[in-house]
Ligand binder design. Structure first.
Ligand SMILES: [Ca+2]
Length: 257
């Protein structure tokens, strides 16, 4: 991902011939065809995330007996994988892109490198809070995943067209890098620890996954009327489904009674 393409450059020369990727980039830059990617962190993160999921999908295509699908823009997860290649169960993979904290001066020894802002692990008041419900924007209830993995991508913001330098990829289970702080003061987001060494080592604030889930499922997140309505609908649907199942298997109920 080298930049955004402008079809007519101020210094275009035609035909434009290149024999490899580096040459293509140099020619496009010389012709003024390359515009920088957005600098705004959420917009840039989105471009990088889409590119990384594309890369993972291309690799998954080569894997026999793998099933996979890309998640929706605002849903969870970004990608799910399953099939025999993954032991038959579904696994959630979410991509998080974060900028290295900017510095005004060179790093002093002993200073902790951080992300510019806290990575968001999950939205706290919907699919995460109610893990047995099939929430909109998700493929299945949260608890139906055998595992959750985050692909965390750290970059340094530059003035180049690609905007990105020193890309570092860290893979962690979300709870392992969980913090007890939110990643936004206005949205219902669960935040990760922000020290790069802690992210690399999986050194979050919780000793176990259970501790992480217990803390954040009790967290007094705000619930908007819209979210409350969806919750009530999903609970009603779940109840109706249960009753249909019971009606279809009356013996189960008799045995239990
Ligand atoms: Ca994501």
């Amino acid at each position: 991902m080298a930049g955004a393409l402008r079809r007519e450059g101020p210094a275009s020369t035609w035909p434009l011939v290149a024999s490899n990727a580096e040459e293509l980039e140099a020619r496009l830059a010389a012709g003024g065809h390359l515009l920088p990617l957005p600098k705004e962190p959420a917009a840039l993160a989105n471009v990088i995330e889409v590119d990384i999921v594309d890369f993972l999908l291309a690799r998954l295509q080569l894997l026999p007996d793998a099933e996979y699908q890309r998640g929706s823009e605002r849903g969870y997860p970004d990608l799910e994988v399953g099939g025999r290649a993954f032991g038959g169960a579904w696994h959630a993979i979410d991509v998080k892109v974060a900028q290295r904290a900017r510095r005004s001066a060179a790093a002093r020894p002993g200073t902790t490198e951080r992300t510019q802002s806290r990575i968001t692990l999950y939205t706290g008041n919907t699919y995460f809070r109610h893990p047995t419900l099939h929430w909109p924007g998700t493929f299945r209830p949260f608890d139906d995943y055998r595992s959750h993995a985050d692909v965390i991508v750290i970059y340094t913001l530059t003035d180049s067209a690609s905007r990105v330098a020193d890309l570092e990829v860290i893979i962690q289970e979300p709870w392992r890098v969980g913090s007890s702080k939110r990643s936004s003061t206005t949205r219902e987001y669960i935040g990760a620890v922000d020290g790069l060494d802690d992210l690399r080592a999986g050194r979050g604030e919780f000793a176990t996954a259970e501790d992480f889930y217990r803390f954040w499922r009790r967290f007094p997140f705000r619930t908007s009327p819209g979210v409350q309505r969806i919750y009530e609908r999903l609970v009603a649907e779940q109840r109706a489904e249960l009753e249909t199942l019971r009606a279809a298997h009356p013996t189960d109920r008799a045995e239990r009674a």
